[in-house]
Design a binder for this molecule. Structure first.
Ligand SMILES: Nc1ncnc2c1ncn2[C@@H]1O[C@H](COP(=O)(O)OP(=O)(O)OP(=O)(O)O)[C@@H](O)[C@H]1O
Ligand SMILES: [Mg+2]
Length: 259
């Protein structure tokens, strides 16, 4: 990590570009030469990840950029314990999750990971508060669900059902659901993909604020390269590989980014 920062500093820029190097031993996430192949029946398997390697640091916001089909969701699902690598090593917080069995993965997903999806995935017949409670009650150490909804600006919508609030508000509920678990890692797959410009901006601001205020490690997948300045680190995926990384010594507040 020191190595990367030095590069950014030596260049005298707040924005340094380096080709991916060796993972730092101190990184919170180590995604190390991960291959993921999907069987396709009779034909050749599809290689969604092709020796992809990157690292991400604790308490930092990392953005994953890449075109459709580049392997971004596959990488996030493996990090979140929702899918498993064909080969390679994935270490999160010093724990090698590639070696975990089914039961251990359930526990890992439950307590360590918060997930924010593009289409919210809220339970339609539960209120905002019940949606957050449902996720947090299975975690022994969690934030108060109502407090968390207040934190994302939904204090007056606790008893509304998902269909009674806007898309941006539904995404706020889903962010509250994810962070109320006090996850070690917050994984967001195109969290603004279904939102308009202004609402998307508010949701990204919220994620940036959570990272800063809670010291939470946050990964966000996006197609939008204009968002690169918001992150401490930007990882570029292409055809299942990590083809580059960028570092921002001082990430830009979302409010100051236009696209
Ligand atoms: N379950 C699966 N079975 C077969 N192929 C899959 C499966 N999941 C993903 N793939 C393939 O793996 C590749 C990477 O998919 P992935 O969903 O990770 O891409 P992505 O970068 O998230 O794309 P997008 O931006 O469109 O969401 C694609 O070619 C995809 O078709
Ligand atoms: Mg995807």
């Amino acid at each position: 990590m020191l190595f990367y920062w030095s590069i950014a500093i030596i260049r005298g820029l707040s924005f340094g570009i380096v080709i991916h190097g060796q993972g730092s031993a101190m990184a919170y996430i180590e995604f190390d030469h991960v291959i993921k192949e999907y069987a396709t029946g009779a034909g050749e398997p599809i290689r969604a990840l092709d020796e992809a390697s990157f690292t991400a640091d604790r308490g930092e916001l990392t953005v994953i950029l890449g075109q459709s089909g580049a392997g971004k969701t596959t990488a996030l699902n493996i990090l979140g314990g929702m899918d498993t690598a064909t080969s390679g090593r994935v270490v999160v917080g010093g724990r090698d999750i590639t070696g975990l069995g089914k039961r251990e993965l359930i526990g890992y997903r439950r307590t360590d990971i918060g997930f924010v999806f593009q289409f919210y995935n809220l339970v339609p017949n539960l209120t905002a508060l019940e949606n957050v409670e449902l996720a947090s009650q299975i975690c022994p150490d969690h934030f108060d669900p109502a407090d968390t909804l207040r934190k994302v600006g939904l204090g007056d919508r606790l008893d509304n059902f998902p269909a009674q609030v806007s898309g941006g508000e539904q995404q706020r509920v889903s962010i509250a659901r994810a962070i109320a678990k006090k996850p070690k890692l917050l994984l967001c797959d195109e969290p603004t993909g279904a939102l308009d410009y202004e609402t998307g901006k508010e949701v990204l601001q919220l994620l940036q604020d959570i990272c800063r205020a809670e010291g939470m490690t946050v990964l966000i997948i996006t197609h939008n390269s204009a968002l690169a300045p918001m992150a401490h680190k930007v990882i570029h995926f292409r055809s299942g590989k990590v083809v580059g990384q960028e570092f921002n010594v001082a990430p830009t507040p979302i409010a100051d980014i236009e696209w």
